[in-house]
Write a protein that binds this ligand. Structure first.
Ligand SMILES: C[S@@+](CC[C@H](N)C(=O)[O-])C[C@H]1O[C@@H](n2cnc3c(N)ncnc32)[C@H](O)[C@@H]1O
Length: 501
């Protein structure tokens, strides 16, 4: 079997079955249509039966091919024995979806059926075949392929090299491709044994060996273990019934994500970090920040929660019924109605999607920042997520006196925008804007704007405030009293940092 997978890997690479190779073979129109789940243009573009076209049809588009067209060196009987295809009367049909996947700086590509990305390194991801409208119903233990959420988590995870890493709910095994080369040891778990079977195929086809794969729920398979990095793209979908393991845990409401957050710290090594994707409920009469902040309170870890999107209950139900290709099926109406009725009974007004990061900083005074931030950010976030966490912690722990004695530096790339009526002497609004990282903007007062102009780490804050007071005629003591409260959020958000030089 390993021999076959090794040969298959070589052949996939030699034939050009890579993100770039497939995109080039399909052309822009067909590749873009595929990202909308439309396969007809791609089928037309691969009608020739050449080796690359055959591989694309077989393992990406899920279309049957003639056995004689399967590239030489890949006996179809061996592929069938390995569970990769079925063969009937000279026709070969894929038993799985096998897609190239890149793991370069962008954190993954080729998600949700599309063909994106360029260059970079990666491997292959094996999952169950994609379900499209009109296909038979999904099996309950369906193993979902790598997609937008997989890439989202990969982009969030810290790039710091680590000793031990854990991927909870590994599914098709895609996060392990991203952990390769960053972690010395990788453990991957899943409650679904079929997921681990397909993940092993993904790893073998990606040339990854030595992954410690364990079956079980949540942290049960790693009860006595600690890790420097934990990642999870969990079954976060919130529904009245856990119908599909790949997306629903069967836990009530958003309890699975809550338990994941609450149990993670016990498995973090000192200094370790955990990155999760999650969904959470917005419930009538409750602030979602309190709900999710409450999950992190008492964990002893620093935390950063970012709500990237919120959907209303109907949008959410439609999204996930579409995801399982259930629109247009006889049960669609009943499923939609039941799901919506359950949300109503639970008082649900919306469903949030976002990132949760926990960091075992060892501090006795942990800080948790919960925020809504939907703007586009520089990718991968993992390239600077440690700095984001550091900034939040610094802002929280610095006393006013320490802050006044610190030498602040305005972050590289911060720009100032002044907005006001034409010809006006003073702007109506001053905004500091980051040109990299999270690309935040912050409306500031004239004192903070002046500080952004002079803070280069040469002088402590207090004498700078004295100079500003002299120039503007403001009272120095007044500025000293107000500045820490005004600057702390700007430090937490990365507009200023403290010079250590
Ligand atoms: C959304 S998929 C994520 C797959 C992959 N890690 C990725 O990033 O694309 C969620 C995975 O969690 C697994 N899962 C479901 N319930 C679980 C549980 N109680 N404990 C651990 N894994 C679970 C599912 O089988 C599925 O493979």
């Amino acid at each position: 079997m390993n021999d076959l997978l090794g040969r298959l890997r070589g052949l996939l690479l030699d034939t050009g079955y890579t993100i770039d190779g497939v995109r080039e073979r399909l052309g822009d129109v067909a590749a873009t249509a595929l990202s909308r789940e439309e396969t007809i243009p791609a089928l037309r573009a691969t009608a020739d039966g050449d080796p690359l076209a055959t591989l694309i049809r077989l393992w990406w588009l899920g279309a049957p091919v003639e056995a004689r067209d399967v590239p030489a060196g890949l006996p179809v009987e061996e592929l069938a024995a390995a569970g990769l295809v079925t063969v009937e009367g000279g026709r070969v049909t894929s038993a799985v979806h096998l897609q190239p996947w890149e793991t370069d700086g962008s954190g993954g590509s080729g998600g949700s059926g599309g063909v994106e990305g360029s260059g970079g390194s990666g491997g292959y991801v094996v999952s169950d075949r994609k379900v499209r409208p009109g296909d038979p119903a999904l099996r309950p233990d369906h193993v979902v392929g790598a997609g937008g959420a997989s890439a989202n988590l990969a982009q969030l995870a810290s790039r710091r090299p680590v000793g031990r890493a854990l991927d909870i709910g590994t599914g098709c095994g895609v996060q392990v491709l991203h952990l390769r080369g960053r972690a010395e040891e990788i453990t991957a778990t899943d409650v679904n044994p079929r997921a681990l079977e397909l993940a092993r195929l993904s790893w073998a086809l990606s040339g990854i060996t030595g992954v410690d794969a364990r079956q079980g729920s949540l942290f049960d398979p790693v009860e006595d273990d600690r890790f420097d990095l934990i990642v999870s793209n969990p079954p976060f979908v919130i529904s009245p019934a856990g119908r599909f393991t790949y997306r629903e845990s069967g836990f009530h409401a958003d309890d699975f994500c809550r338990d994941l957050v609450r149990r993670a710290p016990r498995h973090l090594a000192p200094g370790g970090t955990c990155h999760l994707l999650a969904n959470w409920l917005h419930v009538d009469g409750e602030d979602w920040r309190d709900r999710v902040g409450g999950w992190l309170a008492g964990t002893g870890c620093d935390g950063w929660v970012v709500q990237r999107d919120v959907q209303d209950p109907a949008e959410y139900v439609e999204l996930w019924l579409r995801d399982a290709a259930e629109q247009g099926t006889p049960r669609h109406r009943e499923l939609y109605d039941d799901w919506l009725g359950w949300f109503e009974a639970e008082g649900v007004t919306g469903i949030g999607f976002g990132w949760i990061t926990l960091h075992d900083s060892g501090s006795l005074d942990p800080v948790v920042r919960v925020e809504e931030y939907g703007r586009p950010v520089e990718l991968p976030v993992g390239g600077y997520v440690d700095e984001v966490l550091g900034a939040i912690a610094t802002a929280h722990r610095l006393t006013d006196a320490e802050l006044l004695g610190s030498r602040l530096v305005v972050a590289e790339g911060v720009l100032e925008e002044r907005i006001g009526p034409p010809g006006a002497e003073d702007p109506a609004r001053i905004v500091l804007r980051q040109t990299s990282g999270l690309r935040r903007g912050a409306a500031v007062g004239t004192v903070e704007a002046a500080l952004a102009g002079v803070c280069d780490g040469d002088y402590p804050l207090d004498p700078l405030l004295a100079a500003i007071a002299e120039l503007t005629g403001e009272d120095h003591d007044d500025l000293r009293t107000k500045a820490p409260a005004a600057l702390r959020p700007l430090i937490a958000e990365g507009f200023f940092h403290i010079s250590t030089g």
